[in-house]
Design a protein around this ligand. Structure first.
Ligand SMILES: Cc1ncc(COP(=O)(O)O)c(C=O)c1O
Length: 406
């Protein structure tokens, strides 16, 4: 039975007990990457101590074991996020590669004058691949805007659809604003118009479980490192029918049926898009992270994280000159802010002297920064292993910033 005990959970993450610069680490950069529980670290160590071999090609025992670990990880993760039977999950390096691969697979389905609907809150990883596709095909990108609280203006988003719309790509959770988009409704709207959908799940899985049969999107991309798994591994879930009719993305070993000096025939997905030796240990680590998450009551964990973020935001705005970006109802535990008296980099640097790790910059969302009218923000992002002491340390450090610059 999944449960949630924040004290026990914190002790699962060894890095959280270290000091930085003589101060206890206060890790509030979880939207950039998450820390890893011992069970994931142990799974990697066990894999390298007991099972390491190259996969698919070997006839020997160890290769069979490593192949089972890799393919077993795929099946397990697919079951955890409920990938529909009609879909396959390609192991990719992360959400970025996932979205590049999706744009590659859709290239032949887009022609000059066709339209791709995005939102202004997207991460560069869900903008640039579509810009590249548009440059190749002559397609046009259309960006939906936001309400003042950082919520997507859904009516405006819907109004962007035309008879030429082929693709709609949108994030489930904004990495800057924490806004949770109504992806089920958005996918349904697009589907009624026969528009293909991609959901960027990079910031959604860290804050709750995901059911792809419920979301219903054609494509869904995510990164392992943001959900307590190693970096360099993630997934792109997509319809087999689209994957198997798309040309390969990279070529080489493991993705071929037959190679002759005259030419090559290719395998179907997932191998079609996993040329060369894949990140075998990463897949094992990804499965271990999902196994860890299976024991956690994700709804309780999300409510706990949100309470930390709400407390942090409520106290933060008491500092004159602080502006918070993203106050949509039900938002994820991400607090982006701007302090009129100091550049975000100065804020981040002073916080660092207190052991508090936050992210400052444009968060790979420059169109959003332009839209908000700031060059950068500071961002404190929470995970279920954070606690009230972290919030207090963050607020103490922010008062130090205020003493310097206020
Ligand atoms: C919303 C969103 N999409 C995509 C990405 C890209 O993820 P990755 O760098 O793991 O490929 C990120 C990373 O911060 C993100 O926050």
């Amino acid at each position: 039975m999944p449960s949630f005990d924040p004290v026990a959970i914190r002790s699962d993450f060894p890095i959280l007990s270290r000091e930085v610069g003589g101060k206890p680490l206060v890790y509030l950069d979880n939207s950039a990457t998450t820390q890893k529980p011992l069970s994931v670290i142990d799974a990697l160590s066990r894999f390298f101590s007991h099972e390491n071999a190259n996969i698919h090609r070997g006839v020997h025992y160890l290769s069979r074991e490593a192949t089972n670990a890799y393919e077993g990880a795929r099946e397990y993760v697919k079951a955890q996020i409920r990938v529909p039977d009609t879909h396959e999950m390609i192991f990719v390096r992360g959400a970025t590669e996932g979205m590049n691969l999706a744009a590659h697979c859709l290239a032949s389905r887009v022609s000059e004058g066709d339209e791709i609907v995005l939102t202004i809150m997207e991460h560069h990883a869900n903008i640039v691949p579509w810009q590249v596709l548009a440059a190749k095909t002559g397609a046009v990108l259309r960006f939906a805007r936001l309400r003042d609280n950082g919520e997507l203006d859904l009516d405006e988003w819907k109004s962007l659809f035309s008879a030429r719309t082929r693709i709609a790509a949108f994030t489930q959770v904004s990495n800057v604003l924490g806004t949770v988009n109504p992806v089920v409704e958005m996918v349904a709207f697009a589907k009624e118009r026969e528009v293909l959908t991609l959901v960027d799940g990079a910031q959604a899985l860290p804050h709750g479980s995901v059911d792809l049969t419920e979301i219903g999107s054609d494509f869904y991309a995510f990164s392992g490192h943001k959900i307590f798994a190693p970096d360099g591994i993630g997934g792109l879930c997509a319809p087999r029918e689209i994957l198997d009719s798309a040309p390969p993305y990279q070529t080489g070993g493991d993705m071929i049926e037959k190679v002759t000096t005259e030419g090559t025939t290719y395998r179907k997905s997932p191998e079609r898009f996993e040329a060369g030796t894949p990140n075998i240990s990463g897949a094992v680590g990804l499965a271990a992270a999902f196994r860890y998450l299976e024991g956690i009551d994700r709804a309780a964990a999300a409510a706990y994280e949100e309470s930390l973020a709400v407390h942090a935001a409520e106290e933060l705005v008491k500092i004159p000159g602080i502006r918070i970006f993203g106050t949509a109802p039900g938002k994820a535990a991400i607090v982006s802010f701007h302090y009129s008296a100091a550049h975000p980099h100065d804020v981040g640097t002073i916080l660092d002297t207190e052991g508090v790790a936050i992210r400052v910059g444009h968060h790979c969302a420059q169109p959003l920064m332009d839209y908000l009218g700031v060059p950068a923000t500071a961002r404190a992002s929470f995970a279920f292993y954070n606690n009230e002491s972290d919030v207090e340390a963050f607020l103490r450090a922010m008062r130090k910033v205020e003493r310097y610059f206020g």
